[in-house]
Design a protein around this ligand. Structure first.
Ligand SMILES: Cc1cc2nc3c(=O)[nH]c(=O)nc-3n(C[C@H](O)[C@H](O)[C@H](O)COP(=O)(O)O)c2cc1C
Length: 274
């Protein structure tokens, strides 16, 4: 049986679980891919087709980059044993073992430091928080472009923030030099259809969009969302409250699962953050 593609109204409705969405003013295949994003956590083991990695990277390099500094790099990990070791360091997440590719996006100040050293000129600005911030932002923008490219090809993805749980061991595993820090992982592979990953609803636009000036969140908007996402969680057999989840996620330093040490790890890895 062939499935008919959902209409733009249905796609936007699905993003908010809104039974009465506004009809989108415009539509195209890019908007379709963006709105249909969902994280995939079960994968088939098959390798990616030839040339896909290179396409993901050229999409990533097409992202804007602050002052064209291009202060990021990515490590493509295909070796199953290395992926298994990284999974153990990143919250033991099975999807890292299952999928054929893990992309580790890094903030990379080492390349420019090397250029400065070769010329014998200072690069003091690289030691400031601003430059680390730029590198993290550049890496994230590149990663997100690769994610959208992968999803446009029908592949599944999931970010791995847990790659920052044990930064020193991850750096050793990937042989990262000082000045290169793993920002986030991205698992890429063919989704296992048995998972039935669904689009996770987002907060209503009224909660995130402020016209001209900022207005504090209205509890009614959050309550409304709490009910819509409860439906999604119930379908996935998960605990039902978004509010409980987000408050627990940031409730204590321990809940950060090692990432409460990030400042210290960054300093040790050549990111002094002045
Ligand atoms: C920076 C970042 C780090 C993430 N880290 C993880 C992770 O370690 N494991 C995981 O299963 N999902 C991870 N995710 C996926 C989020 O949980 C997911 O995007 C969020 O719940 C929204 O669901 P959706 O992507 O299906 O819309 C991460 C997402 C981002 C943006």
């Amino acid at each position: 049986m062939t499935q008919t593609a959902p209409s733009p109204d249905q796609v936007v409705a699905q993003r908010y679980r809104d039974p009465a969405p506004a009809t989108p003013a415009e539509w195209n295949p890019v908007l379709q891919v963006l709105h249909e994003h969902r994280s995939v956590r079960r994968y088939l083991p098959e390798p990616l087709p030839e040339g896909v990695l290179e396409l993901l990277i050229s999409a990533a390099q097409s992202a804007p980059t602050s002052s064209n500094l291009q202060v990021w790099s990515v490590v493509a990990v295909r070796d199953p044993q290395r992926r298994a070791r990284l999974a153990a360091l990143a919250g033991d997440q099975e999807q890292i073992r299952q999928a054929p590719l893990l992309l580790v996006w890094t903030a990379d100040l080492a390349r420019l430091r090397g250029l400065a050293a070769a010329r014998g000129v200072p690069l003091d600005g690289a030691d400031y928080l601003e430059s680390s911030y730029v590198a993290f932002l550049d890496a994230a923008l590149a990663a997100q472009n690769a994610l959208v490219a992968a999803e446009s090809l029908g592949l599944g993805t999931v970010y791995i923030g847990a790659i920052r749980n044990n930064p020193e061991q991850v750096a050793a595993e990937l042989e990262l030099p000082s000045g290169v820090f793993a920002v986030v992982g991205l698992v890429v592979g063919r989704p296992d259809p048995a998972e039935d990953a669904r689009v996770k609803p987002r907060l209503p636009q009224a909660a995130v969009l402020h016209e001209e000036t900022y207005t504090p969140a209205r509890l009614a908007d959050i309550d409304d969302y709490e009910q819509r996402i409860a439906q999604f969680y119930a379908e996935q057999d998960l605990a039902h409250s978004w509010i409980d989840r987000v408050l627990a996620r940031l409730g204590s330093a321990k809940a950060l699962k090692g990432r409460d040490r990030l400042r210290e790890s960054l300093a040790a890895r050549g990111f002094p953050l002045y």
